[in-house]
Design a protein around this ligand. Structure first.
Ligand code: HEM
Length: 419
């Protein structure tokens, strides 16, 4: 009986195409699924979220690079429609407007011109001594413990504390900002219940008010941080940056600047510690760390999918995607495209072209924080291999991921410190 039922549903599913089998919020098996999709149906429609999904590197790059034909305006739209109660809370309390990742040119380019003068590789380099100090403090706090959760105890707050150096935010605010950011991710990229959405909406409003207060404070008393820079340089573009645009930029960075780095750091520790020869190699030769960071970005990036909207009907791989359609760019799948990366499922810290991953996007919206994310992970790895070369994962632990279409990183990562 069971066989008959499952055979019938299997045939219905297969007539709907591979998209009916795609589980966009589920991370286990995601890479294997993308592999099969790229071979069988490289562009498919997923009815569960009403998105077309693009899995080849070539197509992902095409969409990322063409900001005229493909709008980024849906990048932060809730993928699960919000319940009326949550919407009402957000409508009453939130004032964020598109400024960067979900904003199209020309407004995007005008804003990025000012933001990019503050957020750039030169400034990030000056942070290295502080990044090292913060990494050492976090590693030092593990001292004396036999077993630790590398997520909660090491990489959860660390990237936020680094970002706070740029934003002039006290370290003590990390717990609430991390909580707000976690909810914001789930509201935007997850599948929360209406009740969870209501709580999430309240958190988002609190998060927004925090940014309003921060910018208002810098309008009265400028310091040397991001908001103060934007205020001081607002007149360098036409029209000048408004107060609301500045608050929206601060609100945007206070998420973009740490959540994905937390996840990437956890992914890096998971990949390196579960491929012991790679871990041992970076322990004995730290000059291998920059290559290892690129391979982690390729092999297990922390943002597996990103989004665009078609402005006109578009043909990809012989499939017509209609105008005004939602498109999910499977960055993780593109990073496993065997056309460029031979044996993509092999973790190889010496892979010569690993840095050709698309984990930071490409083109107009290319991640402004990419150099900082790389620096942070390099410093963290240098410090941890120096202090705990014997670090080892607790065997056979289940790895769980939060249910989102985009952000990917283990919730917990139990490890023994060794000597
Ligand atoms: C591992 C860490 C990170 C990953 C994987 C990541 C990934 C991304 C991706 C995929 C995009 C969108 C690209 C597109 O739409 O074409 C993006 C944009 C952005 N990222 Fe990151 N990011 C990371 C860290 C950071 C950090 C540390 C910062 C800030 C200090 C940052 C700030 C931004 C901003 C502001 C944008 C919007 C840029 C624009 O639209 O002009 N990101 N990032």
């Amino acid at each position: 009986m069971t066989t008959l039922v499952s055979t019938a549903s299997d045939s219905i599913i297969s007539s709907l195409g591979i998209g009916a089998r795609y589980k966009p919020f589920e991370h286990h098996g995601m890479y294997e699924f993308f592999e099969r999709a790229r071979a069988a149906e490289p562009v498919f429609f997923c009815p569960e979220i009403n998105y077309w999904v693009v899995t080849t590197r070539e197509d992902v790059l095409l969409l990322l690079r063409d900001a005229t034909s493909f709008s980024a305006d849906i990048a932060l739209a809730p993928v699960t429609p919000l319940a009326p109660e949550a919407l009402a809370i957000l409508k009453a309390g939130m004032g964020a407007e598109p400024t960067q990742v979900n904003c199209d040119p020309p407004k995007h380019d005008r804003i990025r011109r000012v933001a990019g003068r503050f957020l750039n590789a030169r400034r990030f380099e000056t942070l290295v001594p502080d990044i090292r100090r913060l990494a050492r403090e976090a590693i030092g706090a593990l001292e004396g413990r036999a077993e630790v959760d590398l997520v909660a105890d090491l990489v959860y707050e660390l990237p936020a504390r680094v970002l706070f150096l740029l934003m002039g935010i006290p370290a003590d605010d990390a717990p609430r900002i991390k909580r707000w950011a976690g909810y914001r991710i789930l509201m935007t990229f997850g599948d929360l219940s209406p009740e969870e959405q209501r709580r999430g909406a309240e958190d988002m409003v609190a998060y927004w008010r925090y940014c309003v207060a921060l910018v208002n404070d810098r309008l009265r008393r400028p310091e040397s941080d991001y908001a103060s820079f934007l205020i001081a340089h607002r007149g360098e573009v036409e029209p000048e940056l408004s107060d609301n645009e500045i608050i929206s930029l601060v609100f945007g960075l206070l998420l973009a600047g740490h959540e994905s780095t937390t996840n990437l750091s956890a992914n890096a520790l998971l990949a390196l510690l579960s491929h012991r020869p790679s871990w041992q190699a970076i322990c004995s030769d730290t000059s291998l760390i920059p290559g290892a960071v690129e391979e982690v970005l390729r092999f297990s990036t922390s943002i597996v999918c990103w989004r665009r909207r078609t402005r006109a009907a578009t043909v990809l791989q012989g499939v017509t995607i209609p105008a005004n359609a939602n498109v999910l760019l499977a960055l993780g799948a593109a990073n496993y495209d065997a056309k460029l990366f031979p044996e993509p499922e092999r973790f190889d810290i010496k892979r010569p072209n690993a840095s050709e991953h698309v984990s930071f996007g490409r083109g107009t919206h290319f991640c402004i924080g990419a150099p900082l994310a790389r620096l942070q992970l390099m410093v963290l790895l240098e410090e941890i291999v120096r202090r705990y070369p014997t670090l080892a994962l607790v065997e056979d632990q289940p790895i769980e991921y939060t249910r989102t279409i985009a952000f990917r990183g283990p919730k917990r990562l139990m490890a023994r410190l060794g000597s």
